[in-house]
Every structure is written in C-alpha cells, then in structure tokens.
Ligand binder design. Sequence first.
Ligand code: ADP
Ligand code: MG
Length: 434
Amino acid sequence: MEIGQEVLLLLKEEITESEYNRYIKQLSYDSKKSTSDLAVFYAPNALVCNWIKSKYTQKIAHLFEVKNNSKVTVSISLKNQLDKRKIKKATEQKTGHSLLNPSHIFDNFMVGGSNQFAYAAVKSVSEKAGQLYNPLFIYGGVGLGKTHLMQAAGNVFQNQGKTVIYTTVEQFLNDFIRHVRNKTMERFQEKYRKCDVLLIDDIQFLSNKEGIQEEFFHTFEALKGAGKQIILTADKHPKKIGGLEKRLQSRFEHGLVADIQPPELETKIAIIENKCEINKVKLTKDIINYIATVIESNVREIEGILSKLHAYSQLMHVDIDLAFTKNVLKDQVQENRANLTMDIITNSVSKDLNIKPSEIRSKGRSKNLVYARRIAIYICRELTQSTMPQLAQYFGMKDHTAISHTLKKINELIVNDEDFKVKIDELTNKITSV
Ligand code: ADP
Ligand code: MG
C-alpha cells in the first residue's frame, strides 16, 4: 500500500466514521507527484478541499512524520486543477484563445423571466449554426451568465465536431499583436476566418482600439459571408458602447440583440439549488431563500457563499441553520445594503402595493394600510441599521414598545401566513436588486 493511503487509514482511526466517510475518503494520493518531503493529495471539489486543508493538513503531516520519521509538506488541491491550469495556459499561448468550460452547459443554466429571452436565442442558435441570428449579441451586467450561455452553445457545437474559437477581446488582441510582430498575419487571418464558430466575450473592450477594430471587422465580414456563426457578449447594448466604429456597431445590431436582466427571486433560488446539488451541499428551503435575498444580482457570489458556509460550519462544528447563516453572512449583507434607507424601502413598498408613502407612515388603521406598514417596518428592520426608537418615529408610532409589539406580531404572521411571507421575500428581493 502507498504511504499516502496508509496515512489516511491511520487518520481514520482518530476521527469519527462520518467525518471520514464524508471527507477524508474522498481524498486521493498522488504518488507520482509526491516526493520524500512533499505529499500531494487531491480533493474532488472546492468545499471538501478547503475543509480538509483547514482542518487536517497538520494532522496528516504529523502522521507522515510518525510513519516516515521525516517532515513532509502536505499539499491538498482540487483534482486536475494544477494540470488543467497548465494545459489552459499552454493552449492559450499556442492558440491565443481559451478552452470552453465543460460545466457551462444548457442543463446547468437556470432559466427565469430575467434571462429566458437570451437563453431561447442562444439555444436556438445552437441548434442552427449560422442560419438564424448572425451575429447573436448578448448583453447584461456582471455575473448574470453571459459567458456561461455563450459557452453552452460552444459546447454543443464542439460536440458536433465543429471548430469553435472562444476568446476574450484581450486574448484576440494579444494574438493579433503577436502575429503582427512575427509577421505571420496570414496565419492569424486563416485561423480566425476558417473556424466554424467564433465566440468573443466582453466585446466592449474593443472600445477606442482602432487597429484591432479594423482587423476584427474583416474577420467578422469573412465569417458572416461564409455563413459561420458568431456570438458576442458585452456589458451593454451595442449602441451604448462608446468608441466603436459605426460600421461595427451596425453589424452588431444586425442579427439579434438579447439582454439578460438581474435574476428574480425564483431564478436565484433555482440557481442556488442547482449549485448546492453540484457541490453536494444540503441546505433547507429557509436558508436557500435567505441567501437568495442576500445576494443582489451577481450570481457569481453564490459559490463563494456556499463554500464560506460550509467551511464555517465545519470549523465550528455546527449544523448550518438559518441563524448561523445570517451570522456568517452578516458582513456581506451590511456591505451590500449600506445605502438602503427607510425612505427607499417605504417608497418601494408604496409603489408595489399602490399605497402612498405618507399613508404607510400615518396612523391609519385600514386593513391595507396596516398590511403595507407591517411589511415596510419589517423590511426596514432587516435591511437597515435603524433602531427601535428610530423606526417608531419614522412610522408615526408612540415609542419603541409599540414597534417591538408590531415586530412580534409580524414575526407571528411570517410563521403562520405563507402569502405574507412570500410578499416580504419578494419585496426584499426587489429592493436589494436595485
Ligand atoms: P457573466 O459572463 O455575465 O459575467 P458568468 O457567465 O461568468 O457571468 O456567470 C457567473 C457564474 O454564475 C458562473 O459560475 C455561472 O455558471 C453562474 N450563473 C449565472 N447565471 C446562471 C444561471 N441562470 N444558472 C446557473 N448558473 C448561472
Ligand atoms: Mg463573462
């Protein structure tokens, strides 16, 4: 048996069976990369990797010392990550563009109102390369899934044996410069004009770079003329990208321009559930709901949050429940919500429920007013730093006892009245996504 495996078996005797089965068992030892003073292990995913790193590295090193009588450094990394990075780097240098991420596929993309148009457009293009919308131009804010969608189409084409080039503007530019320098421009042109599908990410970076715009224009015309599919992404609509040649701008708008908006609550929930499944993290509905309201729009934050939760719960030996989640995400929430005021919240509630802000803040007792006021008070309490007396003053109540009484009532409603809770979640999401 290899020493790495022997050490893991020794460790097994020192920890609980469930800990062993859940984590340590998933480690694999790389005897080829390991040396007399380095032990290399791989973990199957980031969560397991981080957890073992923080909790067991020392112990494993100690066991090596016991077995071997010499000190070793223990390295735990994600399976294939090292190699993948090297391969990726080598590919980029050789070809000037990068590989498609194999997990960016349509099945892993959660569809909702905010992204269904873009999704449908990319999906249909992936079924009929070059024949429907050419170019297809996807735009939207950071972390909303543009790269994911574009690569999902790329993966479909690649599986059909087509030559797909995925590149960012930066890589395209670097490749161009390199070929100019080496006087191999024909090779550059041949490469980009001979591919079946060209995916260019973050096209807004073409802005104000005339030389590359010229080259890109000719690439574009050649591909389009040959009926080859082009997909582009940007952070804004072609019209809003400044410093772009008119002819390029009009070409970009010529096919189909589709936007992605920040996800609504249900879509965020679906994305979180999907990421939990992929990362094998179990969370209750309550917690998923809470996370969905904490992250504003950037979906990229979700993975960070999941791994943070997991690590904390392991280090502190507690289960992940709602109170724990709120505590772990406290700083994140405050940072995100520093600019929210009671006015902003009351105005949003007012708009949504069609009741004037002045009425929400009045002493009126009609059913609708009380309903709106309760929602506004609750959200203000959750999302701002306002104290009870401040809340009382703002909502025209006698004193903090009155507010405290109201909050108690609201908390009862949240538990017993599903519709009320849904409304609060929905509005919280709306307010934090602005
Ligand atoms: P963008 O290119 O718009 O900045 P990305 O495509 O890089 O955003 O997405 C950021 C992260 O969020 C990726 O991990 C991606 O898989 C994930 N993501 C974004 N939107 C969705 C979605 N609708 N369903 C599942 N994952 C998503
Ligand atoms: Mg992107």
